[in-house]
Design a protein around this ligand. Structure first.
Ligand code: PRP
Length: 175
């Protein structure tokens, strides 16, 4: 039998959709007249990114980087690995990083430093969820969907050992 951990709904698909609408309005307002480059951090951000861009109505471009710090563990290793780097030059571009979750902050902080060195015109961060109680490094989030408690969450792109990314709602996972 396949092991299925208990899960409890934390954020419903309806609440996610409302947050995506709100974030899209804020981003649209701030990037009027610009052609932002949205950079998603794979794999977790792919569902959020797909919903967000379809609400933006801006002449944006997209790229993805694939970073990993968790492996199969529930705790960040603290060391970020670049599995797939950036393909688009970002010098003088208005760059918006799109992330599914800021936990320790190590992944986003690593990517923002990496991008800042490449001299974009502007650099901002949009995160669907944030666990401020877990931050190990300071991260400033320009566009935030939800503050979440210090519990392991899955769904809407977010995994536990590669499972549960397909769930349309966000759940907390219990052992
Ligand atoms: C997850 C998540 C974030 C990061 C946040 O990625 O998607 O990118 O962890 O954690 P942090 O703030 O503690 O650095 P993960 O490394 O699990 O890879 P994934 O996106 O492929 O799931």
């Amino acid at each position: 039998m396949v092991f299925q951990p208990q899960r409890k709904i934390l954020i419903s698909r309806g609440e996610i959709a409302k947050a995506v609408d709100r974030l899209a309005s804020e981003i649209k307002r701030d990037y009027q007249g610009k052609q932002p480059l949205l950079i998603g951090i794979l794999k977790g951000s792919f569902v959020f990114m797909a919903d967000l861009i379809r609400q933006l109505d801006l002449p944006l471009e997209l790229d993805f980087v694939r970073l990993s710090s968790y492996g199969a563990a529930r705790e960040s290793s603290g060391k970020v690995r670049i599995i797939q780097g950036l393909n688009t030059p970002i010098k003088d571009r208005d760059v918006l990083v799109v992330e599914d979750i800021v936990d320790t902050g190590i992944t986003t902080s690593f990517l923002l430093d990496y991008l800042r060195k490449r001299k974009p015109a502007s650099l901002k961060l949009c995160a669907l969820t944030d666990k401020p109680s877990r931050h190990k490094v300071p991260v400033s989030i320009d566009y935030l969907g939800f503050t979440v408690p210090d519990e392991f969450i899955v769904g809407y792109g977010i995994d536990c050992d590669e499972k549960f990314r397909y769930l349309p709602d966000i759940y907390t996972l219990e052992d």
